[in-house]
Write a protein that binds this ligand. Structure first.
Ligand code: FEO
Ligand code: CA
Ligand code: CA
Length: 650
C-alpha cells in the first residue's frame, strides 16, 4: 500500500515507526567487510560485490551482462531473462516488452459471476452490489488450477486480496459524509475475491459461472484457531467475529488453501471521545484517533476504539480461506502472531510447514513459524499444521549471521514474572514480545519469497530509517533493498542463518551506492515472487508522496514497475511499467508459465506529482484501464502472454 488518504499524502503511515524498544543489538560489533554472496550462491558466481557492514555497500546485483545461463533444466536455448527491458515511464499506461500482449481482467466492480450486478461507472453501486463484485485495490493473488493435465493452464480459481479503498473513487460523493450504507459498501469492497476464470480458444481469459465463486469481505463471519481461541476474552466485542481487512499479500499452503494477511488494521479505527487514549499495547500497533481518516466510527460503533476496543484484537492475523469450498468459514490462525502481516510465504522442510512473514512498519521485524510436526501427520490427526508450532523473530547480526528467537511463553524474558500471562498473551502482543527478545528493527519488511532451487529466502525492505544495523545499511533508506538469507544446512526449520544483501535499490544519479542502470533502476521494492524456474520477480510500491518527484530522488524511476532478476548472477531487467498513481502488487502464472496474472493497484490515487481525484473529476490522475471520459480509474488484474505462446520472462 502507499498512501490511503484522500488528501495529498506527505508521508505514508507505515513510514512512521511505532517501535519504541530501541532494539539495536550488537551496535558495538566492529564494522568489517565480508562476503556471504559466494556462500549463498553456492560458489557459482564470482563475489563481485560484498557488504561492508554499517557503511558502503557494493552489491553484485545490478547491471550484469546478459545472463550466461539458459533456463535451468530446459536446454538453455534462451537466456534466463529473455526479454528486452522496457524503459521507465510516467505515462498513464501499462507497458510490457516487445513480443508480449496484455488483457485487462476483473477490474474493481466486475461481477464475480456472469449476470451479477453490473459495474456502474458513476460509483452508484450499492453495498449489496459490491458484495457480489470484485473489490477495490487488488493485492496478493494466487491461481489454483482446476481440471487435469493441460486444462490446468486454461481454467482455475483466481483468489486475490483487496487491500484498502479510496473513498473518493468508491462513492459518488467521495467521503463527504460517512453513513451506515457507505460503511457497508466500504466493508464489501475489502477482503478477498474468489472467482473462476477460463481461457477461450483465442487465449483470452474471462470470468465463468462457478459454484465456488465468493467474496470474503470485512463483514463475513470468521473464526479463530490456535492459542488465541475463538472464546478468548480479548476477542469479545460488540458483534460476533466478522471480517478481514487490509489484506495485503498472501500465502498458499501445501494442502491447497489461501492465506490472506491482515496488514494496516490499526488504520480503520478511530473515535471522537476526547478522553480516549491508546494503551501502550495499542500504541505499539499504531492505534490512534484518526487512522487512515476513513471515519467509519462516525457511523458504525464497531470501529470506535473508545466503545469497542476489543475489536482491535480481532485483526492483525493470517486468515486461512478454502478457495474450493465457499461455505468454509475463514479461520484466523493465531499461532502465526498478531502483527501488520505483509504476507505469509510458506515452504516445507523436513515435512514441516515453515511460514515467513514480515511486519511492515519502519523498525519492525521479520518472523517465521515452524510447525511442531510434519504437516501431513498433523492433518491426519485432524489438526491444522498452522495451529501447532513455534513462532520466531529474526535477529540479523552485523557479522552476516542471524538467529531466530522463539516467541514462546516461559522462555527468555517472556515469563509470568515479566507480565506475560500465557502463549495467547505473547501472540496478542507479538510486537512487544519481539521487542523484549531483541529482534532487529528492519526497513519495513514487505514480501518474502523462497527460491525453489536452493531454499534461500529473500525479503523486500521497501524503505525506512535504517536503524537496524548492517542488514539495513543506509540511514535513511528512501529506496529500499532486498535482503536474503540461507538457513543453516539449507534447512528452513533451522534457528541460525547467514545473510547478505541481494540488491540496494535506487537511482545512481542520487546515490552512488546503488549499481542499478537505466534498464533496471527502481525504488521501494514490495512484491516478490519466484516463478518455478527460479526467476525472481520484483514489484515496486513507490509511495505517492515520492513517485516521479525530483526532490525525493524519484524523477528518473518513473511509475511503479515490475522487474525480473536472476538470483544467481544478480542481473535485473525491467519487465513492466504501470499507470499513474498505481503500484504493482500480486503476480502469479499458470503452471506452464505461459499466462501471467499481475495486479495493478490504486491507479489514479492522489499523488503529489499528478494531483488528486475528486467526486467531480475522479480521472484527475489516471483513467486506466477503461479510459472512459465519464468513468473512473480501477484496480485490475492484467493477463500477460507472449505472442509466440512461450514462457513468461524466458
Ligand atoms: Fe500492503 Fe506493506 O504493503
Ligand atoms: Ca505491499
Ligand atoms: Ca508497500
Amino acid at each position: 500500500m502507499s498512501a490511503q488518504r484522500s488528501v495529498f499524502p506527505q508521508i505514508d503511515p507505515d513510514e512512521v515507526s511505532s517501535n519504541p524498544s530501541g532494539n539495536r543489538p550488537f551496535r558495538e560489533v566492529a564494522a568489517r567487510a565480508l562476503s556471504r554472496r559466494s556462500v549463498l550462491a553456492g560458489g557459482a558466481v564470482a563475489a563481485a560485490g560484498f557488504l561492508v557492514a554499517g557503511g558502503g555497500t557494493a552489491p553484485a546485483a545490478a547491471a550484469a551482462p546478459a545472463a550466461p545461463a539458459g533456463t535451468p533444466g530446459r536446454g538453455g536455448s534462451r537466456p534466463f531473462l529473455g526479454f528486452t527491458p522496457v524503459p521507465t515511464s510516467d505515462a498513464d499506461a501499462l507497458t510490457v516488452p516487445d513480443g508480449y500482449e496484455t488483457q485487462v481482467l476483473i477490474p474493481w466492480g466486475t461481477p464475480i459471476r456472469p449476470g451479477g450486478p453490473a459495474w456502474r461507472k458513476d460509483a452508484a453501486n450499492s453495498a449489496a452490489d459490491q458484495a457480489e463484485q470484485i473489490g477495490m485495490n487488488h493485492d496478493g493473488m494466487h491461481f489454483f488450477p482446476l481440471g487435469r493435465g493441460s486444462e490446468q493452464n486454461r481454467r482455475g480459481m483466481l483468489v486475490l486480496n483487496h487491500e484498502y479503498i479510496d473513498q473518493q473513487l468508491l462513492f459518488p460523493d467521495g467521503d463527504a459524509e460517512i453513513t451506515p450504507e457507505k460503511v457497508a459498501k466500504a466493508l464489501a469492497a475489502h477482503g478477498v475475491s474468489v472467482v473462476e476464470i477460463a481461457a477461450g480458444r483465442d487465449g483470452r481469459w474471462q470470468v465463468v459461472d462457478s459454484p465456488r465463486a465468493r467474496r470474503v469481505t470485512a463483514a463475513t463471519p470468521v473464526t479463530f484457531s490456535g492459542p488465541v481461541g475463538a472464546n478468548h476474552p480479548a476477542l469479545r466485542a460488540n458483534t460476533a467475529p466478522q471480517g478481514t481487512i487490509n489484506n495485503c499479500s498472501h500465502g498458499v499452503t501445501p494442502w491447497g488453501t489461501y492465506l490472506a494477511c491482515e496488514e494496516n488494521f490499526n488504520a480503520y479505527f478511530g473515535t471522537e471521545d476526547p478522553d480516549w487514549e491508546p494503551t501502550p499495547q495499542q500504541a505499539r500497533y499504531g492505534i490512534n484517533r484518526e487512522g487512515f481518516g476513513y471515519r467509519w466510527h462516525e457511523a458504525d460503533p464497531r470501529f470506535d476504539v473508545a466503545v469497542n476496543g476489543n475489536e482491535l484484537n480481532r485483526f492483525g492475523w493470517v486468515v486461512e480461506i478454502d478457495p474450493m469450498n465457499p461455505r468454509a468459514t475463514p479461520v484466523k490462525r493465531t499461532a502465526l502472531g498478531r502483527i501488520k502481516h505483509e504476507g505469509c510465504e510458506i515452504t516445507e522442510a523436513r515435512g514441516r510447514v515453515v511460514a515467513y512473514t514480515g511486519d511492515d512498519q519502519d523498525g519492525d521485524y521479520i518472523y517465521k513459524f515452524v510447525g511442531s510436526a510434519p504437516w501431513r501427520a498433523q492433518r491426519a490427526l485432524g489438526r491444522s499444521p498452522l495451529d501447532h508450532g513455534t513462532l520466531y523473530v529474526a535477529r540479523f547480526d552485523d557479522d552476516g549471521t542471524g538467529r531466530w528467537l522463539p516467541l514462546t511463553h516461559g522462555k527468555g524474558p517472556l515469563t509470568k514474572a515479566n507480565g506475560w500471562a500465557d502463549q495467547a498473551d505473547v501472540l496478542l502482543r507479538t510486537r512487544e514480545a519481539a521487542d523484549a527478545l531483541g529482534a532487529t528493527p528492519m526497513d519495513r519488511p514487505e514480501w518474502i519469497a523462497v527460491n525453489p532451487r536452493n531454499q534461500d529466502v529473500y525479503c523486500t525492505l521497501t524503505n525506512g530509517s535504517g536503524r537496524g544495523g548492517a542488514a539495513n545499511p543506509r540511514t535513511p533508506n528512501p529506496y529500499g533493498h532486498i535482503i536474503r538469507w540461507s538457513e543453516k544446512n539449507g534447512d528452513n526449520t533451522a534457528t541460525t542463518f547467514d545473510w547478505d544483501i541481494f540488491v540496494l535499490a535506487g537511482d545512481p544519479a542520487y546515490d552512488d551506492r546503488t549499481e542499478l542502470t537505466e534498464e533496471n533502476r527502481f525504488g521501494s521494492p514490495d512484491g516478490l515472487w519466484f516463478d518455478p524456474d527460479g526467476r525472481l520477480w520484483i514489484l515496486t510500491d513507490v509511495s505517492n508522496s515520492s513517485q516521479n518527484l525530483p526532490e525525493k530522488g524519484y524523477d528518473h524511476i518513473g511509475n511503479n514497475q515490475m522487474l525480473a532478476a536472476d538470483p544467481r548472477t544478480g542481473e535485473i531487467r525491467r519487465f513492466l511499467t504501470g499507470p499513474r498513481g498505481a503500484e504493482i502488487t500480486g503476480v502469479i502464472t499458470t503452471p506452464d508459465q505461459r499466462t501471467m496474472f499481475v495486479n495493478v493497484q490504486h491507479p489514479g490515487e492522489a499523488t503529489v506529482a499528478w494531483g488528486e481525484p475528486t467526486p467531480e473529476n475522479p480521472r484527475a490522475v489516471s483513467n486506466w484501464p477503461d479510459f472512459d471520459p465519464q468513468g473512473r480509474p480501477r484496480s485490475a488484474t492484467v493477463v500477460i502472454r507472449r505472442t509466440d505462446g512461450g514462457r513468461i520472462g524466458a
